[in-house]
Design a protein around this ligand. Structure first.
Ligand code: SF4
Ligand code: SF4
Length: 383
């Protein structure tokens, strides 16, 4: 079995994405200092960069699968190295050679399900819109104000469906003219791309883009920062551009313009967990906080890591589908940070963050002491 990726192959794949930045590393170690992995176990992305420079990366190495693509080290590297693209490239090679360590093997099933059914859960494509049936959500038609794109978690996952229902109620209350694609929607493909499966990403992206064009979509409101990032920053690689708005941005607009009135009180101490793909990757820090600040009685407190310095939940880069042993979960640390500032509720605005944080909450000594809520779930009871 091939265990060492040839230098030329790494270089070709990284170059294919538009950069050979890893070659500029001068081994300062800043990336290792800021990487959240080093709060829970030893991991050196600097070493991966070094090995790649010499074409010595062992693709069997579990470390090539660790990066959650949180965006912290690329934002701090003095040499402009993009460590995320390097990890993604190494995973592309491992995927091509079919080399997966045991903790990563769920990704193979996920990729098969995405390719066959358009979702990572092995659920039937035809059942994608079942969550919306009792809510009376219309199918998108050309000329509507927006396409609402709920994503896979909100369509299939029981916890995610609650967020979808809250979102729909808010949009209806604000009088937004919207529809969904139902079983014509497929996963945006963000995570599987970061997990190294470029062919499945391209298949999904092309299918969504064709549907958007055929249906006359102009403006898309998304619940997931991963869909937001992909539609906004990665689908343009296919020479298309759609107006993409994250739900936190849309709600902030609806409240500021008076279309959505917050009537009730929420007298609790709330902290906001910045999702990496909303905050660090796309600079949206204010709007979710603006929504929370518009709620009477709500006291907003910040955790030790927030905004640009936020602590990743551990679910990015396809890690949401991989096994992370207890003691190594960033989301456990995040809830500790929330408890330290005596927050009663951790608000988030990302289905991966909600999934990771809820898992951690349920494993806490006193799970009822802290709640994890999407911002739509807080708002929906107050309108
Ligand atoms: S921060 Fe940049 S230059 Fe420094 S070790 Fe990491 S990749 Fe190399
Ligand atoms: S992007 Fe985040 S998780 Fe990935 S290596 Fe850098 S700091 Fe670590």
């Amino acid at each position: 079995m091939e265990t060492v990726a040839p230098l030329k192959e790494i270089a070709d794949i990284v170059d294919d994405k538009g950069g050979d930045s890893y070659k500029y590393c001068y081994q300062c170690g800043t990336c290792d200092v800021v990487c959240p992995w080093n709060r829970v176990r030893q991991f050196s992305v600097r070493k991966l960069v070094r090995q790649a420079t010499f074409g010595l990366t062992e693709i069997e190495n579990e470390d090539i699968w660790r990066c959650t693509t949180c965006g912290t080290c690329p934002s701090r590297c003095p040499r402009g190295v993009n460590q995320i693209e390097l990890s993604r490239s190494l995973r592309r090679i491992a995927t091509e050679y079919d080399v997966f360590p045991e903790s990563v093997t769920p990704i193979v099933t996920v990729a098969g399900s995405l390719s066959a059914e358009g979702n990572p859960f092995n659920m039937e494509r035809s059942k994608r819109a079942e969550w919306a049936q009792s809510l009376g959500v219309p199918t998108f038609a050309e000329g509507m104000e927006i396409l609402y794109f709920p994503c896979c978690y909100l369509s299939y996952d029981p916890r995610g469906k609650k967020v979808g229902a809250a979102t729909v109620q808010l949009l209806k209350k604000a009088g937004v003219d919207f529809g969904i694609l139902g079983d014509k929607e497929v996963c945006c493909g963000e995570s599987i791309r970061k997990a190294g499966n470029e062919p499945v990403f391209r298949q999904l992206a092309k299918e969504n883009i064709k549907t958007f064009i055929d249906q006359g979509v102009k403006k898309i409101v998304v619940s997931s920062p991963h869909c937001y990032h992909t539609f906004k920053n990665e689908y343009p690689e296919f020479r298309v551009n759609f107006e993409v708005v994250h739900i936190s941005q849309f709600l902030a607009e609806l409240i500021a313009s008076g279309r959505l009135e917050v009537k009730g009180e929420f007298a609790k101490k709330v902290t906001f967990h910045d999702p990496c793909y909303l905050g660090r990757h796309n600079g949206t820090f204010d709007q979710p906080r603006d929504v929370l600040k518009a709620i009477p009685g709500l006291e907003l407190v910040e955790m030790a890591n927030f905004r640009q310095d936020s602590l990743c939940c551990g679910g990015g880069g396809g890690r949401v589908w991989m096994e992370t042993p207890k003691g190594e979960r960033f989301s456990d640390l995040r809830l500790d940070q929330a408890a330290e500032v005596e927050a009663e509720v951790v608000a988030a605005s990302c289905p991966y963050c909600i999934t990771m944080l809820e898992d951690s909450r349920l494993n806490r000594e006193d799970p009822e002491a802290i709640r994890v809520k999407d911002i739509t779930e807080i708002l929906v009871d107050l309108i």
